[in-house]
Ligand binder design. Structure first.
Ligand SMILES: NC(=O)c1ccc[n+]([C@@H]2O[C@H](COP(=O)([O-])OP(=O)(O)OC[C@H]3O[C@@H](n4cnc5c(N)ncnc54)[C@H](O)[C@@H]3O)[C@@H](O)[C@H]2O)c1
Length: 370
């Protein structure tokens, strides 16, 4: 198969969808890999390194997008919609529940779109997890910086100092991102509370993270009680494939201390507050109800070397399977890929995505029911 790796065009997105080692793995298996020139620069991989691994380097993105399968990091932006075409396989983060325009475009053009974030196997999301680990860790690092007075924050140092109470970090959702946020917050010496709906998950967090991290069942009332003395709030909830549940309204945010910070990691699925709206690394924060909102949709793009290695190490077996057998056979034979297939033959083929978008589910008619 011919595989295309375009340069990412989303604002300050430095990741690339494959490392030179990954290119070698695919080209040794007999596949042709086209890489757009400078695609790896932001992650520290030169064109020469890709070429040495067997890639063909092309200047024109249009030529790269002519490949049978295009492997990307982030969803295509509007400037790339013209490259989408019938029968092409697209493998990338897509977050279609929060992006109806792209979803309709993929359906209309007949693209077979496989979303990293809904590849689901053994109760896990193996391609989302490495990025959630990074975003979770970053959320406390970034949130701690914006608590500084000169950014408009309330001036609380999360770790405190002897004789002064540390700051309080409240985390909504104790999955992969939430747990990694809790690890960093705990390491800094902050007081940490995690709210989740899953009792088993909270038992696990308690056992692993110990008494410095409190867990509380997630209800509206419990969230309101925790917000009063919270300095840093992290949104890390997920219902796979679906729009993020809205757990915060304006009254709740107004009840928080002025200058507290809210990092909404779940913004890529629409965000968990009615005040959340996507931002970029160029202009990451805005203020609503006295609370600084950090809503960057591609947080791991800021630490591209780590993120690229973590992502491609996980995506590569799936890329190889699709390239070896084609998308339909790969979806039938590789555990997890069925959940990843969001659009195929002009239909939405993931039930949660179809329910969130209000577009008819078309998986059954393809003999590929969940
Ligand atoms: N902004 C970014 O750059 C970025 C990067 C990576 C991941 N993400 C996003 O972060 C979010 C979290 O991802 P994850 O991998 O940690 O997911 P996960 O499935 O591992 O964890 C989600 C957790 O949310 C919990 N949850 C669901 N509804 C809840 C509710 N009402 N109250 C409290 N908890 C609730 C679930 O029980 C689960 O434990 C996703 O939306 C993901 O796409 C964003």
């Amino acid at each position: 198969m011919i595989i295309g790796i375009p340069k990412e065009v989303k604002v300050r997105e430095n990741r690339v969808a494959c490392t030179p080692a990954g290119i070698r793995y695919l080209s040794d298996a007999g596949h042709t890999v086209l890489v757009q020139s400078e695609a790896g620069e932001g992650s520290g991989f030169s064109d020469a390194a890709f070429r040495k691994s067997g890639a063909e380097i092309l200047d024109d993105p249009a030529e790269v997008w002519l490949a049978d399968m295009v492997v990307k990091v982030k969803e295509p932006v509007e400037a790339e919609y013209g490259f989408l075409r019938n029968g092409q396989v697209l493998f990338a983060f897509l977050h279609l529940a929060a992006n109806p325009k792209l979803a309709c475009c993929l359906v209309e053009k007949g693209v077979s779109a496989v979303a990293y974030e809904t590849v689901y196997t053994n109760g896990r999301l193996p391609l989302l997890a490495p990025m959630s680990e990074i975003a979770g860790k970053m959320s406390v690092m970034a949130g701690g910086v914006y608590l500084a007075n000169h950014f408009g924050g309330n001036g609380m140092l999360l770790g405190g100092v002897p004789g002064v109470l540390p700051g309080k970090v409240t985390i909504l959702g104790g999955g992969t991102a939430g747990m990694n946020a809790a690890i960093i917050a705990k390491g800094m010496g902050a007081r940490v509370t995690v709210l989740d709906l899953n009792q088993e998950r909270m038992r696990y967090l308690s056992n692993v993270l110990g008494a410095q991290v409190q867990t509380i069942f997630s209800t509206g009332q419990h969230i309101i009680e925790e917000l009063k003395d919270t300095d840093l709030l992290v949104g890390a909830v997920l219902i796979p494939g679906a729009t993020a549940p809205k757990l915060l309204d304006r009254d709740m945010l107004r009840s928080m201390k002025k200058g507290s910070v809210f990092v909404d990691i779940s913004i890529d699925q629409g965000g968990c507050s009615i005040t959340s709206k996507p931002t970029s690394h160029e202009n990451p924060v805005f203020v609503e109800e006295g609370v600084l909102h950090y809503c960057v949709t591609n947080m791991p793009g800021a630490y591209a070397r780590t993120s690229t290695e973590a992502l491609t190490g996980n995506t590569l077996p799936y890329v190889r399977a699709i390239a070896d057998t084609g998308v339909e056979e790969a979806v039938r034979s590789v555990s997890g890929l069925r959940g990843g297939l969001n659009v195929h033959k002009n239909r939405i083929t993931n039930k949660a995505v179809s329910a969130s978008l209000g577009i008819e589910y078309g998986g059954s008619s393809l003999d590929m029911d969940d």
